[in-house]
Design a protein around this ligand. Structure first.
Ligand code: ADP
Ligand code: MG
Length: 327
């Protein structure tokens, strides 16, 4: 099988088209046709073996994750996925791997109506680079610079679970079979919060997706917006103590779990801000998109990130600079 048969079999014939795509795989360029009044949102993410994924990951999960991390960027901008390109370096032509990878990739693509419209295929160390294209009505993209003093801060889902799986893989902690399977699923098959992002159009004032850790990523929003924030540790504890977080969590102290929630990366949850007057509308947006959200703090004029302890005292965040967490 040559390069062109490979593209035909695993990517072209399995790919679905979508509205907004005039020409897909097979020519020198693909052609996109954004509707009038729409901006094209574009983002790329590269996944490198050993750095962004472990060699133990199944090809199907890898295909899912490679697209999921890109869709997550569209979600953070409130853009609707339209299409993506795939640049792939493969060490060898392994049909079992290709079948699994393209299934994981294209199943998620189909779920989001996002068409594979082109790419490049070459021999080399395993490397996956995807560029996604999405639509957002002009001026409605959520950006990092929009947070205002007084806004509420929210996070979606249960951040930190992906990091727990990585810690278990590295032998730093041991998890029972059930918790390992649960957290591993979060690490290997993250859910891009596309529906939530779309529901937040016109409501949220800023958003970012969490790839490196909640506080670290949210601090980019604070910097871009020229504001500071207070994070409520009661709310952080409520995430870690929620029954779905990890059933056997009693083996870990609160501090460790807080660290997971606040600094663990690879979750692809959204952190976003919205005016306090929009609380009801934000609840409805979360309900409509069937996404758990937690109100975790408040944007403030004073720069920096402060943590409100459960006894009411304030401390400077030690988690932001917790950088042995950064891989
Ligand atoms: P060119 O040499 O003109 O760049 P290629 O011969 O590399 O084109 O690719 C042929 C067609 O297949 C192009 O339309 C390209 O976008 C598409 N393609 C190549 N690799 C992939 C891939 N991994 N996934 C999807 N489409 C691909
Ligand atoms: Mg080429």
């Amino acid at each position: 099988m040559g390069e062109f048969d490979l593209i035909e079999r695993y990517f072209k014939s399995a790919a679905k088209s979508s509205a907004g795509v005039d020409l897909g795989i097979g020519d020198d360029c693909a052609l996109l046709a954004p509707a009038p009044g729409m901006q094209l949102a574009i983002s790329s993410d590269m996944l490198v073996e050993g750095r962004h994924f472990l060699s133990t990951v199944s090809p199907e999960a890898l295909g899912h994750k490679a697209l999921a991390v890109n869709l997550s960027d569209l979600a953070a901008c409130a853009a609707k996925p339209v299409a993506f390109t795939l640049a792939l370096a493969l060490p060898r032509l392994d049909e079992v791997w290709l079948a699994g990878f393209s299934k994981g990739l294209l199943d998620l693509a189909q779920e989001h109506g996002c068409a594979l419209i082109g790419g490049d295929t070459t021999a080399g160390p395993l490397n996956i680079c995807i560029t996604v294209f999405g639509h957002v009505p002009t001026g409605q993209a959520l950006v990092r610079s929009g947070a205002q003093a007084g806004d509420d801060i929210y996070v979606s889902g249960l951040p930190g679970q992906a990091r727990l799986a990585l810690e278990a893989f590295r032998g730093e902690i041991s998890l029972n079979e059930k918790d390992f399977a649960l957290t591993r699923q979060r690490m290997e098959r993250p859910t891009p919060r596309v529906l939530l992002g779309l529901a937040l159009r016109g409501l949220a004032t800023s958003a970012i997706d969490v790839s490196d850790g909640l506080l670290g990523d949210f601090s980019h929003v604070l910097k871009a917006s020229g504001v500071g924030a207070e994070i409520n540790l009661n709310a952080i504890d409520s995430i870690a103590l929620c029954a779905d977080y990890m059933p056997a969590r009693s083996q870990f102290d609160t501090k460790y779990l807080r660290k997971m929630v606040l600094s663990g990366g690879d979750d692809y949850e959204l952190v976003f801000t919205a005016a306090a007057s929009q609380r009801e509308a934000i609840r409805s947006a979360a309900l409509a998109s069937q996404t758990l959200i937690t109100h975790i703090g408040t944007v403030q004029t004073e720069h920096g990130l402060r943590l409100r302890e459960t006894d009411g005292t304030l401390s400077q965040s030690e988690y932001v600079s917790f950088d042995h967490f950064k891989s």
